[in-house]
Design a protein around this ligand. Structure first.
Ligand code: GLC
Length: 491
């Protein structure tokens, strides 16, 4: 006879344990392994946040650049090797593995493509290097039998994974059921190559030429936008902006005709990594409860950069790649009038030679008021984020922008132009609410006006205190944003 317990158990619906949803990110850089820009920050922090969720299984595949530190490389475990078809050739690919902060990282090894001096981009054969990588990722997925539910590709370097997947690998049922997301971190860089490379370099089949061809070239970003299931970008405002020619760098029609699968999710930052309370790069740590350390950070920064040590003068900082879309011409136009008032200006960045020269010359002319350091320097950037009072980011366009969020975390009040992610993350202070200063038009009057406003807010101690507190406590963590990605994956 059945006992009571068995009877009850029989009546209950059978619960099947749901398998985790598998997501694989593909990208060309991810912190802390290899970082040259914002993409690395995102791929170093979003997967980590998602991996905290019990129902998700998160992997990232990266190229194994020789410049990844030996300290990391010595921990990577070799898994397999195979040959990858690149146009008319076959190239070696090795796969290494390392689990880091809950995320499974795979690295594609090929010294011919990834053992280069110094940089990770900017070589004559970048098209071939990333075509190889994109295809090797798919082949590694098959050989390791780690087919994901969702393949999440980022920027042009991994756009061709989507093109291969949808245009060549669909015969395989395991690949056919994979859904793809293509995230545009910056529409300016599209991966454009001569049309001849379509078959001889990329090895794309003729049947997909219409997707990939654009203005008589191979345009990888266009191909991915056309062929992917979802297109996302890194802020809601940018998702709207790229429908217009001013922002779309020629792709506005392509974006508009794919608008039904387009969404924008604002990036977050790794708030544990960027935390003034325990950041080891800072002269002294501090927090919103105890701001004493920020005063020390400011004085030490002034000392380091040969600026007069004064608590009462605001330091205005720019930390940026020195390229045109960061709005540097606006700064060029107003820097001398700005320097005629009682402020100090600090500039850190690398990029186009004309900007490097301009800002270096200005610093030489205005010694003791303006300091420029031409470098990409993590240590110094943290010392500036923490030591400055005002952070200037007047980008002409900015898909998301992370520096305004980092500066905020360190209690440095951001001034931004209302575009892209700057518009979504910083709201103008109006005496009550708001976490920074903003301006709309791309002109010198507006930026100078708002800079003066920021300086007068700074000079009013009570206002400054209130504003800095709001700025520091604005939530730029990945927590809420990762949830939005999770919803997207579930969809
Ligand atoms: C690109 C964009 C930048 C964004 C970053 C991460 O570098 O230019 O705005 O924050 O990608 O998505």
């Amino acid at each position: 006879m059945e006992n009571e317990k068995e009877k009850i158990t029989k009546k209950l619906p059978k619960i099947t344990v749901k398998e985790k949803k598998k997501i694989i990110f593909l990208g060309s850089e991810a912190a802390p392994f290899i970082a040259t820009g914002g993409l690395a920050d995102v791929l170093g922090s979003l997967p980590k946040e998602l991996a905290k969720k019990k129902n998700l299984d998160i992997s990232v595949i990266l190229p194994l650049y020789s410049i990844i530190s030996q300290e990391f490389k010595s921990k990577f475990k070799f898994l397999i090797n195979f040959n990858v078809s690149v146009g008319w050739r076959w190239q070696y690919a090795g796969v290494f593995y390392y689990e880091y902060e809950g995320v499974k990282f795979y690295f594609i090894d090929n010294e011919y493509y990834f053992k280069r001096d110094g940089n990770i981009y900017g070589f004559y054969d970048d098209g071939e290097r990333f075509a190889f990588f994109s295809r090797a990722c798919l082949d590694a997925i098959a050989r390791l039998n780690i087919y994901p539910d969702i393949l999440h590709c980022n920027d042009w370097q991994t756009a061709s994974s989507i093109i291969f997947l949808k245009g060549m690998y669909y015969g395989d049922e395991n690949f056919r059921r994979i859904k793809t997301i293509f995230t545009i971190h910056n529409i300016e860089y599209q991966g454009v190559f001569p049309l001849e490379s379509f078959s001889n370099l990329f090895g794309f089949p003729d049947s997909i030429i219409n997707y990939v061809e654009f203005s008589n070239t191979v345009n990888l970003m266009k191909g991915a936008i056309e062929m992917t299931d979802i297109v996302s970008t890194v802020s809601p405002t940018y998702a709207e902006e790229i429908k217009n020619s001013y922002y779309a760098h020629g792709l506005e029609n392509i974006i508009n005709r794919n608008a039904n699968k387009l969404c924008g999710i604002l990036n977050g930052i790794d708030v544990d990594n960027y935390n003034p309370a325990n950041d080891k790069y800072l002269f002294k740590n501090y927090s919103v409860e105890d701001m004493e350390g920020k005063v020390v950070c400011k004085r030490e920064l002034q000392k380091l950069l040969n600026l007069p040590i004064r608590d009462d003068v605001p330091i205005i900082a720019v930390i940026s790649r020195l390229v045109s879309h960061k709005g540097l011409d606006l700064i060029k136009g107003i820097i001398e009038p700005l320097l005629s008032s009682d402020v100090q200006i600090v500039i850190l960045g690398k990029g186009e030679i004309s900007y490097e020269n301009f800002f270096t010359n200005i610093s030489n002319t205005y010694r003791g008021k303006c300091a420029t350091v031409i470098a990409y320097n993590q240590d110094l950037s943290r010392k500036i984020y923490s030591g400055a009072d005002i952070f200037l980011m007047p980008s002409k366009s900015e898909p998301c922008g992370l520096s305004q969020m980092i500066a905020s975390r360190y209690g440095t009040v951001p001034i931004v132009r209302e575009t892209g992610g700057l518009n979504d993350s910083i709201k103008a202070y109006n005496g009550e609410s708001g976490n920074g200063c903003t301006f709309h038009d791309d002109n010198g009057h507006d930026i100078l006006y708002v800079l003066n406003e920021a300086v007068s807010l700074y000079k009013d101690k009570d206002v400054r205190k209130k504003l800095v507190k709001t700025v520091m406590t604005t939530d730029f963590s990945w927590k809420n944003q990762a949830e939005k990605y999770e919803n997207l994956y579930t969809k």
